[in-house]
Ligand binder design. Sequence first.
Ligand code: OKP
Ligand code: ZN
Length: 344
Amino acid sequence: MLTYYNHLHSQHQGKLEMFRGQLVPCFEVPARVDHVLAELKARKLGTILPPEPFDDSALKGVHSQRYLDFLASAWDEWVALDPANAQRDALPSVWPVRSLRSDVLPANFAARMGLFSMDAGTPLTEGTWDAARAGADCALSAALAVAGGERAAFALTRPPGHHAGADFFGGYCFLNNAALAAQALRDQGIERVAILDIDYHHGNGTQAIFYERSDVYFTSIHGDPHTEYPFYLGYADELGAGAGLGFNRNWPLPRGTGFEVWRATLQQALACIAEFGAQALVVSLGMDTFVGDPISGFSLQSADYLQVGEDLAKAGLPTVFVFEGGYAVAEVGTNAVNVLQGFD
Ligand code: OKP
Ligand code: ZN
């Protein structure tokens, strides 16, 4: 297993997120990735490499130009509004829902923050762009390694990516690393790519990016969006559209779901991937299905993740793992590396 480690991840360090009417400390913290890296080293699992640098044009297969331009300059614009802003992160507070226009690009910075986002829980910080950009390099590097013949590679990065859409951030995500990896595999000539999202939260961004395409199959096991973030996508009746009809499959499960039911669902998702005829697999590896996760509701145990890795390996596909969520910080290293060790 090759691991591409985002050496700039800690440049992104949000201070506060909006939660139930208050600003509370961010759950998505640098220590998450530090623990995974330490555990990889402790178990001597494979090789840890810095990412290859990719040109910004590598992001354009997934994200819109105006969104990328916004992200690249957002912090400077924020500080230009008021030098005191350098001491606080930027959060959106207004959104162009439904009858409001999202075709117009407003000059006002707060208006553009809302245009390009989905929630007030995702602070944009001084180092967000550099961290997200290096994270994308990790995902692209992992995809190229796998396209070049490696059995598996792991993009160890934060911020996570699967909630980020073609032109919006949210759910702690800015650039969709899993989507970038899948697109890179396609660009390397692999005709059928599957994405399996096993984060507790539905990967709404990834689903939307590939929803009308038949070359990238998306399937996700997650907390039922009737009660769980991201609420507005991830239902079982979302099967794809246009040319993509039949190439999207969601498996919402109730809060409290344990490993037996979760694993049976994993087998169903893997059967769909096999039926699709996938030639490569991207796994959105969120570890927030863990029983101790502070913001999630499944009850997988640490040892279960060894079995998850074994089940994924049985799919027999060249595999790119992309790190997503997982907020039980002390256990996230053990749990993530259990998946990788089980796979190996
Ligand atoms: C990102 B990923 C808790 C509210 C939840 C959004 C959760 C994003 C999860 N304060 N806010 O899928 O792990
Ligand atoms: Zn999650």
